[in-house]
Write a protein of this length. Structure first.
Length: 371
């Protein structure tokens, strides 16, 4: 089976994990602090706080910004539902907004429209732009909307480590940026995540919340607020550190391969290709099928021929946990997300695959569409 993607773990990576295991320092340790510093250098500034998952990062970000009951937060309807779940978990209300048909991301004008028509009663306090599949949201335009409506910005860059907007890496455009190192992302620690912020006091609070709300004192330790155990292990951090120097090379290769898929699939009339936005890191290559195609039947047909293809992301508003509860002010505005959820198809894609592998996928896909 040609998998949708593969983790890219070479001997360096596995040896560095073995080295940490042999040291006996398994929970938070030196590797964690080094990984945080190296990630901050990679992102071009700020302080990084590594955590146990991307979802933990999103949750901590909202807690640290004091968002809770009585607040509303703008979240794209098309995302992995963890974005909206984090808002619900702090007791706030996610306001789902639609996305653009070819970037699969929110746009400044969609956000402005929702804010202009928001009936309340909760004040909208924050926006969580999702850089879906590594496609950068227009953060210049979004920041203007955030300024006009006095919103805090939490970037869900879970699948967008290394992607950029206007020449700057994603993550530091708002108050906090969040990343995931799940195996479906380009750099993986098994499970894992990170937050980045330019605000040193906020970083200190995030570190404290990550570790039970504890601070070290001369006498030992004190628990100054209620926190979590969202720490990453030392051996996971070692795994991440081994991959980080290679990440930009992997992303460049993904850009070439995404262009290659675009060429291979350009003439297929049932297929709408993803927008090639500058700075895209191509964590996933998802296209959208015409309504005439039964997407789920196509997934099964491809699987029978040894190709794993899958749903891209979800329309949160269609999930049982959200049905009817979290729609945007104007229900009509969540229609593109529903269509992407129904007709989106993610193809096998990662830097280890070459042009021949992609050509094989394209040929099988075309045959399956037409027989
Ligand atoms: C992967 C992902 C998450 C969740 O990250 P985990 O590390 O699996 O918890 C959240 N948001 C988006 C957009 C993602 O792609």
């Amino acid at each position: 089976m040609l998998r949708i993607s593969l983790p890219n773990l070479d001997r360096d990576a596995t040896e560095s994990v073995q080295r940490v295991l042999a040291s006996g320092q398994l929970a938070h340790g030196d590797e964690c602090e080094r990984f945080e510093n190296e990630l901050a250098d990679y992102l071009g500034g700020g302080e990084v706080v590594i955590v146990s998952s991307g979802t933990a990062a999103l949750h901590l970000a909202l807690v640290a910004l004091n968002i809770g009951p009585g607040d509303a937060v703008l979240v794209p309807d098309f995302t992995f539902p963890a974005t909206a779940n984090a808002v619900r978990l702090v007791g706030a209300r996610p306001v789902l907004v639609d996305v653009a048909a070819s970037s699969y991301c929110v746009t400044p004008s969609i956000l402005r429209h929702t804010l202009d028509h928001w009936p309340g009663p909760e004040p909208i306090r924050a926006v969580m732009p999702v850089h879906e599949f590594g496609c950068p949201v227009d953060m210049t335009g979004l920041k203007q909307v955030a300024t006009d409506f006095n919103l805090q910005v939490i970037e869900d860059a879970a699948c967008a480590l290394g992607a950029s907007h206007a020449g700057s890496k994603l993550g530091l455009f708002g108050e906090i940026g969040c990343f995931s190192f799940h195996p479906r992302k380009t750099l993986t620690t098994g499970e894992g995540g990170a937050l980045v912020t330019a605000d040193a006091a906020l970083a200190e609070r995030l570190r404290r919340l990550r570790n039970h709300g504890m601070v070290r004192t001369e006498q030992g330790s004190e628990f100054v607020e209620v926190g979590f155990n969202y720490r990453m292990t030392n051996f996971q951090a070692a795994l991440g550190r081994a991959q980080l120097p290679k990440l930009d090379g992997w992303i460049s290769r993904r850009r070439e391969l995404a262009l290659h898929y675009r060429t291979l699939l350009a003439g297929v009339s049932e297929v709408r290709l993803p927008a090639d936005v500058a700075g895209h890191s191509w964590q996933t290559f998802m296209m959208v099928l015409d309504d005439s195609v039964d997407r789920n039947a196509l997934i099964l047909k491809l699987r029978e021929q040894g190709i794993e293809a899958s749903v891209g992301a979800q329309a949160v508003s269609l999930q049982p946990a959200y049905r009817g509860s979290a729609r945007a002010a104007d229900a009509k505005t969540v229609s593109i997300a529903a269509r992407l959820h129904r007709q989106g198809l993610a193809l096998p894609f990662c830097e280890q695959y070459d042009e021949d592998v992609l050509a094989g996928v394209a040929t099988t896909l075309c045959k399956s569409l037409h027989d």
